[in-house]
Design a protein around this ligand. Sequence first.
Ligand SMILES: [Zn+2]
Length: 364
Amino acid sequence: MKNELLLEFARRLMCHPGIACHEHAVREEVETICREHRLDYRRDTFGNVLVTLKTAPQLRPVVLSAHMDHPGFEILKQARGGDWQARFRGGVPENYFVPGTRVRLMPDNIGARLGKRLSAARKAYLLESARSGAPEPAFAVWDLPAFEARNKRIYGRACDDLIGVAAILAVMAELRKKKARVNLLGAITRAEEVGFLGALALAAKRTLPGNALVISLETSRELPGSTMGLGVILRTGDKASIFDSDATRYLAEVAAETQKRNQAFQFQRALMSGGTCEATAYQEYGYQSAAVCVALGNYHNCGTDNRIEAEFVNVHDASSMVCLLVNAVRRMGEFSRLVARLPERLQKLLAEARDCLPERNRAR
Ligand SMILES: [Zn+2]
C-alpha cells in the first residue's frame, strides 16, 4: 500500500534541515501544509505546533505526537578562518565522527568537513570550511540527500521523525477531507533528540486535555521481533517504559479489523527498546499513552563501516501507520467496547475451563 499524501508531505518536510531547537524551516513547512489543507494550528509557548481537527467535540480526544528535529551540530563559536566550533546534539556513537566527513552549515547551506574532536565529554568538534567570511551559521547537518523515493523505500537525512510528522498531517488531511467526526490534536514537537524537551514541556504544562489518548509516532531502529516491510509496529514500550495495556489493545483491535477489510494492510507488535520515545514523557504526566512506529534503517544516519548514511523506511510500513491511525481516530467512540473484547473472550474460556477442569478437593 502507498499513501500519496504521506509521500508528498514527507518529501516537502525532509527538504528542510533541522536539529534540536533549530526546527524553524520544518515548522514553517508544517504550517504551510496545515493552511493548504484547512487544518487549524497554533504554536504553544515552547514553539511546538498544535494542530486541531475538532468536528465532534463530545468524543474523547486523541493526540498524535511526533517530533521535527534530528541529530546534528549546534554551532558554538567561530574558530580560525572559515572554521567553527560545534557540539553534536543527539545520539550518534563516537566512532562515526570520522574527520573529513562532509557536513552543511545552515541556514546558508555551505559545505564543510568534520575536523578534529575538541572535547569528548561535550561532543565538541571543529567544522572546517574553505569559505572564510561567510555568515555565521546556526547549526550544521550531515551532507546527505534530503529525500529519495526508490525501491519501495524513502531514503533521506531525517526520516526520524519527519515520517512521523508527515503521517500525522496525512491522517489529519484525510479526515478533514472526508468530513470525519473526530476530536483530534496533532502535537508536532521540538527538541526530542536531546531528551524529548518539547513533549515534556507540553505534558508538564497540561495544555493537552487530561482525558486524551496520546499516541506517539516514531521511526525506530529495526530490532529482532520487528521486520521492515511487514507493516506498522504497535510499540508496546520503549527503552524506559511499558505503555498502557488498554490503549495498545485498542490499537490492536482496530488493526485486526482494518486487516480484515483491507488485505494489503499489515501490522506487527513489538517492544522497541532501541530508544526512548515521547510516549514516556506523556505517560509520566498521567496521560493514557500508546505508541506506533515504523522500522528504521541506518538509525540516526549510522550506516555500515562507521559511515554516515541516509536513513530509510519502507513506504508500505509508513502508509500502514496512516491507515491504522485514521481508523483508530474515527472509532474512538468504540474504545471501551473494543477494549472489553478480551475480557469477554476470557470469560468464555473460563466457562470452558470449568467444564474441562472440574474442581476436586485435592489436586491430582
Ligand atoms: Zn525520533
